[in-house]
Design a protein around this ligand. Sequence first.
Ligand code: HEC
Ligand code: HEC
Ligand code: HEC
Ligand code: HEC
Length: 325
Amino acid sequence: MKRDGIYFISRPFFLMALVLVSGWLIFPSTSSAQPFFKGAKLCEECHEAENKVWEKTKHFTSFRTVHREPKDDSKPSPKKILAAVGGQKRMKRNETCYLCHYTLEQKDSGSKPVAKSGTSCESCHGASSDWLAIHDNYGGKEIKRDQEAADHKAKRVADSTAAGLIWPTMKYEVAENCMTCHGLAHPDLKADDLAKMLGAGHPINPDFELVKYSQGSVRHRYYPPDIKTNAEMTPQDLAQIYVVGQAAALVSATEAMSKSGEAKYKEAQNKRAENAKAVLKNIPEAAGLLASPSRENALKLSKAIAGKDLTSVVGGKLPATSDYK
Ligand code: HEC
Ligand code: HEC
Ligand code: HEC
Ligand code: HEC
C-alpha cells in the first residue's frame, strides 16, 4: 500500500530514504523502512501553543467538513470529484484524496494507516517516526535546552534532519512542501486522476503566495526568549519568505507543466510561473533560477539571499496584513 508519508520526496529525502532502507535491512527492529506519521496528539504533549494555533486553521477544521456536500451549487462537490476519480468512495479512504487532505497515522510501521486528522504538524514538519525521539533530546533527561553543548546541538539538528524533520529554518523546504499540495503538484498524484479531479470542479489556486498563506491563521512563532508570544515576522523576514515562496512556486509550476497538459491545469501552472517570474526578475541572485528553474538553483538562491534585506526590492509587493489567510 502506498502511504502519503513521503509526499515531500525531494532528492535529499530520497537519498535519506535509501539510507533508512539500508539501515532497516541491517537492523530491522530499530528503524522503519519508510518514515510514517505518528499523529498530532503526540506533538500536543509538548507543543501546546502550536497545537492551539493549528486547531483554529482550516487544515484542522476541514477534517470534519471537506467531505460534506455543499448546499450551494457554486462550491466544489466532493461527491462529483470522487465519482470522477474512482476508487474508494469515502474521501478519508480514497487513495487520491488522502495525499493532500489528511494525515494517515500509524502506531508503528506494521499497523494500518488511518486518516485521523486533516493536514497536520507532520504534513509540514515531516513524518516523525524516525526523528521524534531525537529532536527534543538535549543530551539526557536532566539537560535543558539552554544547557545543551554546541556539538550535541549540531549533531541533533543533523540527525533529526537526516531522519526527516523539516526545521523552521529550512525555508525553501517548508515552502516547496506547501506547493506540493497547494499547487496540485503532488508527485504521487497521477496525471489522469488530476485531469478527472479538475474536470469535476476541484479547485486550483494559482495565487497561493507564501506570506499571505503562512502569516495569518497558520502562523506559530513561539521562539525563545519570549516563548509565550506568537511573534510576527519583521519586514525583512517577510521579504525573505516572499522571495523563497516565489522560487518554490516557479520550480513547482515548471515541474507540474511536464506532468499534465490538461487545459485548466496548464493555465493555472502558467499563471503561477508568471507570478513568480515577475518578482524574481528584480532579484539579481535569481538569474540562475530564472534561466533554469530547478530545485538546485532555487536552493542556491535561497542561500544567496539569506540574511539580506530585500524590503526595498519586494516591499511594495507584500500582501496587506488584512489579506492574510
Ligand atoms: C517530549 C516533548 C516533545 C514532543 C513529543 C515533540 N516535541 Fe517538538 N520540540 C520539543 C522541544 C523541547 C523543542 C525545542 C523548544 C521549542 O522550540 O519549543 C522542540 C522543537 C521542535 C521544532 C523546532 C523548533 C525550533 O527550535 O526551531 C519543531 C518543528 C517541532 N519541535 C515539531 C514537533 C512535532 C511536529 C512533533 C510531533 C510529531 C513534536 N515536535 C513532538 C519537544 C517535543
Ligand atoms: C494534490 C493535492 C490534492 C489532492 C490530491 C486532492 N485535493 Fe482537494 N484540495 C486541495 C487543496 C490545496 C484545496 C484548497 C484549494 C483552494 O481553495 O485553494 C482543495 C480543495 C478541495 C475541495 C473544496 C473545499 C472547500 O473548502 O471549498 C474539495 C471538495 C476537495 N478538495 C475534494 C477533493 C477530493 C474529493 C479529492 C480526491 C478525489 C481531492 N480533493 C484531492 C488539494 C488536493
Ligand atoms: C501548514 C504547515 C504547518 C503545520 C500544519 C504546522 N506547522 Fe509548525 N511550522 C510551520 C512553519 C512554516 C514554521 C516556521 C515559522 C517561522 O519560523 O516563521 C513552523 C514552526 C514551528 C515550530 C517552531 C516555532 C515555535 O512555535 O516554537 C514548532 C515548534 C512547530 N512549528 C511545531 C508544530 C506543531 C506541534 C504542529 C501541529 C500542532 C505544527 N507545527 C503544525 C508550518 C507548519
Ligand atoms: C498535505 C497537503 C498540504 C500541505 C503540505 C499544506 N497544505 Fe494548506 N491546505 C491543504 C488543503 C487540502 C487545504 C484546503 C482545506 C479545505 O478547504 O477544506 C488547505 C488550506 C490552507 C489554508 C486555508 C486557505 C483558505 O482559503 O482558507 C491556508 C492558509 C493554508 N492551507 C496554508 C498552507 C501553508 C502556508 C502551507 C505550507 C507551510 C500549507 N498550507 C501546506 C493542504 C496542505
